[in-house]
Design a protein around this ligand. Structure first.
Ligand SMILES: [Mn+2]
Length: 338
């Protein structure tokens, strides 16, 4: 029994035509996520690269630095390290995040490109400044959009692409538990699972598995978590020194903030990650009331994301960041209760 075709949203349909035209006129295409790409970004880039290689003759490269969590993904081994990206691509498309968060070499390639594109579902993303934009904040993931894009290209799914898209969807919906999960996302996922992919293994690798160093890091962060605002706000901290002592890498940080926010009574969680001295990343999650995308934007110029999951980057010492930000988080959680 075959399922009826899924509808393709108008923005994807229009964008597919524009992207195909640009791709067929191009010699070289670069697909990239923002710095430190997540599962949705990597899945979307690799799946779109796979699709584009079947509909045009341009050289298609994917840029990004992978954490160990994503090394298994088909095509991941051929990704170009950000530092090795040169500025000679006709088309550069940013997936799952805006061009404000590219690493310097990728930013240079983006600026030099004849066609600058974006495919994204972050509510904070603006379409100005791009020649080609497929942006829909109602999509659960960028992989949802890429799935429809590949259909609009007239391509049939294969197992490789199904694994990539499923990984991205599982990542961004937290295993179909977050509020962005819709019947449409489930319908897409059903079609991907029907491709005979090893979906339990993908779900485990993307959401659950940790390295031994990552387990110790999780333990220390949870041990030292602090509650504020009568238990409605929780703050976790991973100092640079802690990460170095445990030998933890970027992949070990992912998912820790979810442990913080899913504590009874908690509405808002903030995880402070000291990436290097003077450089602090904030990872924000809320349960139902605080708009963390707005909060992240208020905390830093490049901050943003989704209503329930967002991030911000501060150029500040860890101690000073805590001193300044925690009262603002308390304020936000109290305002949301009022
Ligand atoms: Mn995403």
């Amino acid at each position: 029994m075959s399922s009826p075709p899924l509808p393709i949203r108008p923005t994807v349909q229009a964008g597919a035509t524009a992207l195909l035209d640009a791709a067929r006129a191009a010699r070289a295409i670069l697909l990239t996520g923002p710095t430190a790409p997540d599962g949705d970004s990597i899945g979307a880039c690799l799946a779109l690269a796979h699709g584009l290689r079947r509909v045009c003759s341009a050289h298609v490269a994917v840029a990004g630095e992978l954490s160990y969590r994503y090394e298994w993904m088909p095509g991941a081994g051929a990704m170009v390290h950000d530092d090795a990206v040169t500025a000679d691509y006709d088309v550069v498309v940013v997936l799952d995040g805006d061009a404000g968060r590219l690493s310097p070499p990728v930013e240079a390639a983006f600026q030099a490109a004849r066609v600058k594109g974006i495919i994204d579902h972050h509510r904070s993303t603006r379409v100005e400044g791009y020649d080609l934009a497929i942006v829909d904040a109602d999509a659960a993931s960028t992989c949802d959009l890429v799935y429809e894009l590949l259909l609009a290209f007239g391509l049939r799914l294969d197992r490789e692409v199904a694994q990539l898209l499923y990984a991205g969807i599982v990542y961004d919906t937290g295993g179909f538990r977050h509020s962005n999960t819709t019947p449409h996302t489930h319908r897409i996922a059903a079609r991907l699972v029907a491709m005979d992919i090893d979906h339990p293994a993908i779900g485990t690798r993307i959401l659950v598995e940790r390295s031994p160093a990552g387990l110790r890091l999780l333990a220390e962060v949870l041990q030292d978590a602090r509650f504020h605002a009568e238990g409605r706000l929780v703050v976790g901290v991973a100092s640079y020194q802690l990460g170095t002592r445990l030998g933890a890498g970027p992949g070990d940080i992912e998912g820790i903030v979810d442990h913080l926010v899913y504590v009874s009574g908690v509405e808002l969680a903030c995880f402070f990650i000291e990436q290097a001295p003077g450089q602090v990343k904030l990872s924000l999650r809320s349960r139902s009331r605080v708009d963390v995308a707005a909060l992240a934007r208020a905390l830093s110029v490049g901050g943003g994301g989704h209503a329930r999951a967002a991030g911000a980057q501060l150029h500040d010492s860890l101690d000073h960041a805590l001193e300044v930000v925690v009262p603002r988080l308390e304020q936000a959680v109290r305002a949301a209760e009022a």
